[in-house]
Design a protein around this ligand. Structure first.
Ligand code: XMP
Length: 516
């Protein structure tokens, strides 16, 4: 793989994604790995990330010069660029010329490896206090900015490259080209990593790990569990049994997407547990959000455990159910500091709080993938678009989108209103802009309205369209008024229990995305 050496800022994961967008497989590693440890991973190239430090601060992460002499192509970005300069014989100084945000870079060598075919001036995104004032010997300076006389250097012989700016952020107009040029021209990598290869590799790895034994998978209807299941079924066919707990809190059409479309498209063997009545019974009379979440979580585990026990008991003794599929993604792996994304099987002793008699080894076929790659793999496997493109949807489902009691009646109202909003937002082409749009029924609130000739006393629904990168922070999406008008008109006309549609214009923080 290409290794992205993380110098301690938020950029490393983004860089890894950009490298993969150039069809080159990459993984993030911490900067405190030794040179031997890094080289033992046989990197095809290294990308050194930015970071918050200054190269001459005490305790600033150092770059071992030996890493630059190992014959591995290296691209240093921002702090990584300065670390390269100081590990070689360049000069890094605090010049007093800080640059933050967008600025113009002058490309002085447009035939160079990094800037081949790009304009002489380009917009780049910077964030630095120190500057490289003298390039290391043997390095050609190929760009400058007003605050950084040496803003890029290149050495084709040693295959060492660096830029002061952040080519990985989208504000650097030619950033992706710079990264691609390094990978494909500088490091001469083939650029042949695709969703198709991922499927092939994972299918082989899963077969090898699982052998003849049986595998269990809990399907939620979401992207991750569906794609993970489709991959495992491609590898071991009917050795896989999927369990779908229908808790009755999904949106319109979603249970059918799993039970019919997904099964038809992938051939997965599916056990459906219809637990609607059980969940509604347990939720009766409950309005408190935390209590609802607890009840839904508890009932879910209970139901899944029972279904898992049945599957375990039905399996023949020679081929017991030994494995459980989980849709863990690469960002979770990186964030939990957990080793390499390439390993897709790890043993785990107490999976998600399952009891003693249900002990499985985890199969995590998506452990090396980012969300958009999971979607690509899903498409490659023929998982229906409605599932692959599904927006994030919380595990407790519509249960936490009804303010008040979760009843069959309230669920039915919310489902119809939600279906209209989703349809209109999709029709308006806003799915790319909107991270998710919860529709919330205020079952505890009533307001007076007038419809036809009569007075109404109905419920409001709230539209909560948000734009976000990762759900940690979010802004409310500026949905065009015409689209809002259409949604409002249709909901109040077609869902008679609803007489008002309101828009939530709160960012996160202070509001969360969901209302409960
Ligand atoms: P909040 O409301 O905390 O939500 O801003 C952040 C993201 O997480 C989703 N969410 C959940 N997902 N189980 C889940 O699987 C949950 O209990 C849960 N609660 C919130 C929410 O939809 C948003 O994408």
């Amino acid at each position: 793989p290409v290794l992205v050496v993380d110098f301690g800022a938020q950029y490393a994961q983004l860089i890894a994604r950009r490298v993969r967008e150039a069809n080159v497989y990459s993984e993030v590693v911490p900067h405190d790995l030794s040179t031997e440890e890094i080289l033992a991973k046989e990197p095809a190239a290294l990308v050194l990330s930015g970071g918050p430090s200054s190269v001459y601060e005490d305790g600033a992460p150092r770059l071992d010069p030996a890493l630059l002499e190992a014959g591995v192509p290296v691209l240093g970005l921002c702090y990584g660029f300065q670390a390269m300069a100081s590990a070689l014989d360049g000069t890094v100084e605090k010049t007093g010329l800080r640059e933050y945000g967008s600025t113009r870079a002058q490309i002085s060598d447009r035939d160079s490896t990094l800037f081949n075919g790009q304009p002489e001036e380009q917009s780049v995104w910077m964030s630095h206090g120190d500057s490289v004032t003298e390039a290391p010997s043997g390095m050609r300076v190929s760009a400058s900015t007003s605050g950084a006389p040496v803003a890029a250097f290149e050495d084709d012989e040693r295959r060492l490259y660096g830029v002061q700016w952040h080519p990985e952020v989208m504000h650097s107009t030619f950033g992706q080209r710079v990264i691609e040029n390094f990978l494909l021209r500088g490091a001469e990598l083939p650029g042949d990593w695709t969703a198709g290869n991922v499927v092939e590799d994972q299918v082989a790895a899963i077969r090898e790990a699982v052998g003849e034994d049986q595998v269990l998978c809990g399907l939620s209807g979401g992207v991750d569990s569906s794609v993970a299941a489709a991959l495992v079924q491609r590898a071991v066919g009917d050795q896989l049994t999927c369990v779908f707990v229908d808790h009755g809190l999904l949106r319109e059409g979603e249970a059918e997407q799993v039970e019919e479309d997904f099964v038809a498209a992938t051939g997965v063997r599916l056990v459906v547990v219809d637990a609607k009545e059980q969940f509604l019974g347990a939720l009766a009379g409950v309005s408190d959000p935390e209590e609802k979440r607890k009840i839904i979580g508890r009932e879910f585990i209970r139901t899944f455990e029972q279904a898992a026990r049945d599957v375990v008991q039905d399996a023949d003794d020679e081929h017991p159910v030994k494995y459980l599929v989980q849709g863990t993604l690469y960002p979770d792996v990186v964030e939990s500091g957990g080793g390499t994304g390439a390993a897709n099987i790890k043993s785990h002793h107490n999976v998600g709080g399952l009891p003693e008699d249900l002990q499985f080894t985890l199969v995590e076929p998506l452990r090396a993938l980012f969300k958009d790659e999971v979607r690509m793999v899903g498409r490659e496997l023929g998982v229906p678009d409605a599932i692959v493109d599904r927006q994030p949807f919380p595990g407790p489902g519509l249960g936490i989108r009804i303010i008040g009691e979760v009843t069959e009646h309230n669920l039915d109202i919310l489902r119809r209103a939600d279906a209209i909003a989703r349809h209109e937002l999709t029709e308006a082409g806003l799915d790319g802009e909107i991270w998710q749009c919860p529709v919330v029924l205020l079952a505890d609130v009533r307001s007076v309205g007038v419809q036809g000739d009569g007075r109404t006393y109905g419920h409001p629904v709230v539209l909560r369209p948000v734009s976000s990168e990762d759900a940690m922070t979010a802004d409310w999406t500026r949905v065009p008024y015409d689209v809002l008008a259409e949604i409002s008109t249709r909901i109040t006309n077609e869902v008679e229990e609803v007489n008002r549609v309101v828009l939530d214009v709160t960012s996160k923080p202070p509001g969360t995305i969901e209302w409960e």
